[in-house]
Design a protein around this ligand. Structure first.
Ligand SMILES: [Zn+2]
Ligand SMILES: [Zn+2]
Length: 489
């Protein structure tokens, strides 16, 4: 028999995906069987399409993880550990969908398009577009894996792959003087009035002229995340409707090339706050900046797919560790202790980018350890600290940006406010009751089985416990029709 059973845990032979970057997780059993003569090399190697390029990773708790960029069509993947090799074929089908996400790099009228970066990083328009395109593909991968973990298949949003440049009429200084909401509104309006504007698109946009004024940073003096944001003009991280919009103060921490993704996540170089924005959830490294900002892009993008907030997970504050989705989880740089003198005092206050109630960093980090409680652990145990609640996952699964064929179908979806009865001719998939202001999901019901649910009444006894007040009710049906109405209890 085999000396070491090398097993791929999350893909089977001949599986097909509609997005290009995938994560392969596997395990090696009997890794230390003494009969093997060659076991000194404990690395696992991956080769793709019979090339001589070998990617290696180490085995942690007998598990390995690879990030792979597929080419269109069939991809032969070989994974080798010591004297054993397993091989599978995975197919990548690029999909052109009517409903797609368009990555955009927004350049103000009088701006040269160079984002803020240290001199050794390229920061021109081409570089920005490469980083944004790659980041968008990574988020497609995370999304698909999260749905897969919930047993909903490997679905993701459709991406119009290459990032486009969008020339704004807004003057650079005007943009820098706007607050986040004003930026979101103005850029959104411009995009929708432009030739690329369409209701069938969601725009994932990055503003080139964000500027962090490092000279305002005083070494040794306590600066909260909020203080650092104060020193940044054109800072934005806001998503909803058809637009998720971001500043570019940390774009230089993102990789340009696929081969650098893991290295960038693991980059433990401290951020020089005298020059660049430290948006790392107080971890202070370039790798943590990449992780926090990529995670926040996912959070905001998910708002454009109609997700509300959850106490924990990606739609709460649990996106800072998105690096764990991709890297072997004990990367050295991601410990909270970055050795910054002021770090202790940072923990007194953390302001979230959105209008959340302030929450302490400790609580935020503590809550990250609780997340396993509400994730469905599938056949492989992947604890990556980046979870999506089940109602969020089901919303995405039936969402029009995740399904190719259903956009032209229609259904009747209604709510009778007097008896709180919901009906859908296509079958109800998710019902959520959210708070009115933050859209925090308070109660949810999922019907993702094969038997369709054509009507649902909010349980009377639940309504009684909720007391008098105004809430939001959110419903999505099988063909992605959405109802969102105020509910008065
Ligand atoms: Zn061996
Ligand atoms: Zn949010």
């Amino acid at each position: 028999m085999n000396n070491h059973k090398v097993k791929i845990l999350n893909f089977t032979n001949q599986e097909a995906v509609t997005y290009s970057i995938i994560k392969i997780i596997g395990s090696v059993q009997y890794a230390t069987k003494p009969v093997c003569q060659m076991q000194k090399d404990t690395n696992v190697y991956l080769s793709q399409n019979n090339t001589n390029v070998l990617v290696s990773t180490n085995l942690i708790n007998d598990k390995f993880k690879f990030l792979v960029q597929l080419v269109s069509g069939k991809n032969q993947i070989r994974i080798k550990y010591c004297c054993e090799t397993v091989s599978i074929v995975l197919e990548y089908f690029p999909v052109i969908s009517e409903n797609a996400v368009i990555p955009l790099y927004v350049i103000c009228e009088d701006h040269d398009g160079c984002f803020q970066a240290p001199p050794w990083e390229s920061n021109n328009i081409e570089s920005a577009c490469k980083r944004i395109t790659l980041g968008s593909k990574l988020l497609q991968c995370v999304t698909a894996e999260k749905l897969y973990e919930h047993g909903l298949g490997r679905k993701s949003f459709f991406l119009n792959e290459e990032c486009q440049v969008f020339k704004s009429q807004i003057k650079c200084q005007d943009a820098r003087n706007m607050n986040q909401m004003q930026l979101w509104e103005n850029v959104g309006r411009e995009i929708m009035k432009s030739p690329i504007g369409s209701d069938h698109r969601k725009y994932l946009a990055f503003l080139s002229c964000t500027k962090y004024y490092g000279e305002r940073f005083k070494q040794g003096i306590t600066a909260t995340h909020d203080d650092l944001i104060e020193m940044t003009e054109g800072y934005v991280a806001l998503g909803g409707g058809g637009l998720a919009l971001f500043g570019t103060a940390c774009l230089y921490t993102w990789p340009e090339n696929f081969d650098d993704v893991i290295l960038r996540f693991e980059d433990s170089t401290p951020v020089n706050r005298a020059q660049f924005l430290d948006d790392s959830c107080y971890r202070g490294t370039l790798g943590a900046c990449f992780s926090t900002t990529l995670g926040s892009v996912l959070h905001e993008l998910f708002h454009t797919f109609d997700l509300g907030h959850t106490e924990e997970g990606i739609m709460g504050r649990g996106f800072d560790n998105i690096y764990k989705v991709f890297t072997n989880s004990n990367s050295p740089n991601q410990s909270v202790d970055t050795g910054y003198e002021a770090q202790r005092t940072f923990q007194d206050k953390i302001e979230f980018k959105e209008e959340f109630e302030p929450d302490s960093l400790l609580e935020r980090l503590r809550s990250e350890n609780k997340k396993k409680e509400f994730i469905v652990i599938k056949s492989f145990e992947e604890s990556d600290d980046t979870v999506l609640s089940r109602s969020c996952a089901v919303i995405l699964c039936y969402h029009r940006w995740f399904n190719q064929t259903i956009s032209k179908q229609s259904s009747l979806l209604s709510l009778d406010p007097s008896n709180k009865l919901i009906r859908s001719t296509a079958g109800i998939r998710v019902v959520e009751i959210r708070s009115l202001n933050r859209e925090l999901v308070l109660h949810s019901w999922m019907f993702d089985g094969r038997i369709l649910k054509f009507s649902f009444q909010i349980p009377e006894d639940l309504l009684i416990t909720m007391g008098n007040g105004s809430y939001l009710i959110f419903v999505e049906d099988t063909i992605g029709c959405i109802l969102k109405e105020e509910l008065n209890v």
